[in-house]
Ligand binder design. Structure first.
Ligand SMILES: NC(=O)c1ccc[n+]([C@@H]2O[C@H](COP(=O)([O-])OP(=O)(O)OC[C@H]3O[C@@H](n4cnc5c(N)ncnc54)[C@H](O)[C@@H]3O)[C@@H](O)[C@H]2O)c1
Length: 229
């Protein structure tokens, strides 16, 4: 299900012919109705790049709040498993690095760039509330920078930016100071981690307090140095 606000239907061309695949064009902020049995719901819908959540701040908050609530209502009614795509941005401007899952973050709730952080923080909070109050089988993955096929060239993220600028012979843009670092994860690895999270039993996750996990690459790269190497 996607309302295609910042996605592309053509990204699904390699999937549409598959007999088990069905695409529903709908916003998750509207009522979600599915007649069939449902095993798992993966809530990945969001305006997700800084460019997009700056252009659509209210939508970003709405999809994190109402969209997540709608997804959780469906999960509960189907007795399904829930996986929320959260983000490293829940840590805001972290006062410790690297951040482990026990760190609570440092977020300005009224900052213009923080709508995304707050949307995901609310989404995490309500997912855990549904788990505690309604015993919904919840898993939360905090995704760190992930890249892969079919990213939008104009996404605004560093890898598509660098690739497009290199291909068109333009200087590479380094935002703010030169101290920025990133860890990158290839999308297939991310999905592998997501699948493992979904298929690990709730009891095993609880045993190591792992309902919420960071998922991403573990090598931290300097953006400035990577562009001159
Ligand atoms: N890619 C990353 O590095 C990264 C990092 C942290 C978190 N995440 C999270 O992972 C998820 C997927 O990210 P992505 O990089 O694939 O982004 P993406 O923009 O490629 O995918 C998000 C999709 O959600 C859709 N969407 C937005 N609002 C919607 C709505 N109201 N109803 C239905 N669909 C809606 C968009 O049209 C888009 O296709 C997002 O929740 C994002 O916040 C991604």
């Amino acid at each position: 299900m996607d309302n295609v606000i910042n996605g592309r239907v053509s990204n699904l061309n390699h999937r549409v012919a598959h007999i088990d695949f069905q695409f529903i064009r709908n916003s998750v902020t509207k009522h979600i109705s599915i007649e069939e049995e449902v095993d798992s719901i993966l809530h990945f819908a969001s305006t997700a790049s800084p460019k997009d959540y700056s252009s659509y701040p209210i939508h970003t908050l709405t999809v994190g709040a109402i969209g997540t609530l709608n997804a959780l209502r469906l999960v509960r009614s189907k007795n399904a498993c829930f996986c929320l795509a959260s983000t490293s941005e829940v840590y805001g401007s972290p006062l410790e690095s690297p951040q482990n899952e026990a760190y609570w973050g440092n977020v300005n709730p009224v900052g213009p760039r923080n709508v995304y952080d707050e949307a995901k923080r609310f989404a995490e909070s309500i997912a855990m509330a549904y788990m505690r109050e309604h015993e919904v089988n919840t898993r939360i993955i905090r995704i760190f920078n992930t890249y892969g096929l079919r990213m939008r060239p104009s996404d605004g993220k560093v890898l598509p930016n660098f690739i497009i600028q290199a291909l068109t012979g333009k200087p590479l843009t380094i935002y703010r100071d030169r101290s920025q670092t990133r860890s990158f994860c290839y999308v297939d690895d991310l999905l592998g981690g997501c699948y493992r999270m979904l298929t690990t039993s709730a009891a095993s996750l609880d045993l190591c307090s792992a309902r919420t996990i960071n998922l991403g690459g573990n090598e931290e790269i300097s953006i400035y140095h990577s562009h001159i190497e």
